[in-house]
Design a protein around this ligand. Structure first.
Ligand code: MN
Length: 340
């Protein structure tokens, strides 16, 4: 069975010097994370495609959908961030051209300059022919409900580009209580930041303005599937009490969960246990769920072992393992490739 992993981190090798330089300018837990992670073997695994291919081969992973690793390009000044996005996308396209059956990719954009980011979406989807776009969640404290990023969202819709919103460290406006006990990163802060981002988008009416916007979330939806009924219930409750205006809320065209069910796909990155997957399957079905490892931060062996041993019917397994990803990210199926 073909296995496509859909949240697989990479960055050009020289970017890690930029990340460490950035860390020198910050006195935050994020800086400590960057200095802890971005040295030695992990940099090798993120940037060297032969090292990566050997691991894929060892565990039977056919394809990685590559996306730029955190902090990506969004923490930098607009000009540098935009330049880094374009260079990373060129490099990504080159890697895919060299290994078209092993890699697909998501292009990076720098929303610091929304017009330039919109132009890059067009280049990503037409000239570079990548599978979609990735952002590492908030951009220096701004989220995608901000009016100023409309050109970027318009471009995503115009080019039918799925947007993978990958978690990030909480921005300064929220990080305070997450800074202790190592909670700022993937342990808790990532999911808290990313789910906040998405709930902001839903409650701001972003999906009323852009009903065709497609979003992909890792980590089985960053906790949101479990919370959807509550969003609906509380939203309806506030509506009944006439609370929209006093609370500065918007009247939405649909219930919050309906946007999640129609505009979102989720991946299994870092979530290798049975109960959450069964819950997600019950909520959304296998047409909205895709396999992911989160290489190199999670273990390929564990993720692959979990999927292969999960008690799924053959149809659901095929969808999660590769078919849903082929559809969402426009990856040629094996059959298409053979017939070309
Ligand atoms: Mn990840």
């Amino acid at each position: 069975m073909r296995l496509i992993a859909t949240e697989e981190a990479f960055a050009p090798r020289e970017y890690f010097e930029e990340y460490l330089k950035l860390a020198e300018t910050l006195d935050t837990a994020e800086a400590r994370y960057l200095k802890m992670y971005y040295k030695g073997p992990l940099v090798e695994r993120l940037s060297d495609m032969d090292v990566r291919l050997a691991e894929m081969d060892r565990f039977g992973v056919d394809m990685h959908l590559l996306g730029i690793t955190a902090p990506g390009v969004q923490a930098f000044a607009p000009q540098l961030g935009g330049d880094m996005a374009e260079r990373a996308n060129d490099e990504l396209a080159k890697v895919i051209r060299a290994h078209p059956t092993r890699f697909a990719g998501l292009g990076a954009v720098a929303p610091q300059d929304p017009e330039r980011a919109a132009g890059e979406v067009k280049r990503i989807m037409t000239e570079l022919k990548l599978g979609g776009v990735i952002i590492n969640s908030h951009t220096q404290g701004d989220f995608l409900d901000a009016e100023k990023v409309s050109p970027l969202l318009e471009a995503l819709v115009a080019h039918d580009a799925p947007l993978y919103i990958h978690p990030n460290f909480p921005p300064p406006s929220m990080v305070g209580p997450y800074s202790d006990y190592g909670m700022m990163g993937a342990l808790w802060g990532f999911g808290a930041e990313c789910s906040l981002h998405v709930v902001r988008m839903i409650m701001a009416g972003v999906f009323d303005r852009f009903p065709k916007l497609k979003v992909v979330l890792g980590h089985l939806g960053e906790g949101l599937p479990f919370w959807l009924d509550r969003l609906d219930n509380r939203y309806a409750n506030i509506l009944r009490r006439g609370g929209l205006e006093p609370l500065g809320m918007r009247k939405l065209e649909r219930l919050p969960s309906e946007y999640f069910r129609t505009n979102f796909h989720i991946t299994t990155s870092g979530m290798n246990t049975t109960a959450p997957l069964e819950f997600a399957l019950k909520m959304f079905g296998p047409d909205r769920i895709m396999f992911a490892i989160d290489y190199p931060y999670e273990q390929t062996e564990e993720a692959v072992g979990f999927l292969r041993s999960a008690s799924l019917d053959a149809g659901a397994l095929r969808k999660i393992a590769h078919e849903t990803a082929e559809t969402v990210f426009n990856i040629a199926s094996v059959q298409d490739r053979v017939s070309v």
